[in-house]
Design a protein. Structure first.
Length: 255
């Protein structure tokens, strides 16, 4: 655990020095602040617009942080040849991957917390109150970011940053569109085709499990069981992706 913690600490320090992180944070904060201006200029419930745009900004820019920084974590160590120095020490490759993962998760936690503070301040300035359900939506956005971080590290363990970013972005988009397969399954006649589509639906990620923005913004009820199932889904899927990353990284030859 000490070695994993050391790698995580180094990764956190490296991520803090990345200019892309602060550039994305700036645009995220700008989007959150602009939500109030947009609400004033738009016809409709201003509070709902502020909440919707604010949560969307946290989600979108959080994902960009996870992808753009995560896809370069492992590659940079290989490109700079520092991977040989690290692995020459009593450090297992699994510990290296887990350390990188936890370091970036810590970075995203700090950035998400900072964006949330700005978001809650904007909401409070408009309503003079803070809704606890907003924190629920942010918590599940962060859980999604943890999963995307694992995916970014998986692709980073065997590909270049550009390709890894494209793969991770595709994973994110597919994850939010896979619900359409469920509709297709219902309309298909029983048979081999329906079975194959069902298997595809089960294999592909369903990131809508972490999307509570609509319910929170519009005050819709959320069944308590969904909270638990979404957490379990996120933890299990993240563990699966990290397991793949460790397996790929163990088999990789750096000579």
């Amino acid at each position: 655990m000490k070695r994993i913690g050391a790698i995580a600490g180094i990764t956190f320090k490296e991520a803090k020095r990345d200019r892309i992180l602060y550039l994305l944070f700036f645009f995220a904060a700008l989007g959150i602040v602009a939500s109030r201006v947009l609400a004033i200029l738009t016809v409709g419930d201003r509070v709902k617009i502020i909440k919707d745009v604010g949560l969307a900004s946290i989600a979108v820019f959080g994902v960009l942080m996870a992808i753009l920084i995560g896809t370069g974590l492992v590659y940079k160590e290989i490109d700079k040849k520092t991977i040989f120095t690290l692995l020459a020490k009593p450090l297992h490759r699994a510990e290296f991957i887990l350390g990188k993962f936890l370091g970036l998760v810590l970075t995203l936690f700090v950035m998400t917390a900072a964006m949330t503070v700005i978001f809650l301040a904007i909401v409070y300035a408009h309503t003079l109150q803070v809704e606890g359900r907003l924190l629920v939506a942010v918590a599940y956005i962060f859980l999604e970011l943890v999963l995307i971080t694992a995916v970014a590290i998986l692709f980073s363990s065997f590909s270049t940053p550009i390709l890894s970013s494209l793969f991770a972005l595709a994973f994110y988009l597919i994850g939010h569109l896979s619900w359409g397969l469920e509709l297709i399954i219902k309309k298909m006649a029983p048979g081999t085709g329906r079975t194959l589509v069902r298997i595809l639906y089960l294999v592909l990620p369903d990131l809508e499990n972490f999307n509570f923005k609509t319910e929170v913004v519009h005050g819709l009820p959320i069944p308590p069981g969904i909270y638990v199932s979404s957490v379990l889904y996120g933890v299990c899927y993240t563990a699966f992706i990290l397991g793949l990353a460790v397996l790929v990284f163990r088999r990789r030859d750096f000579v």
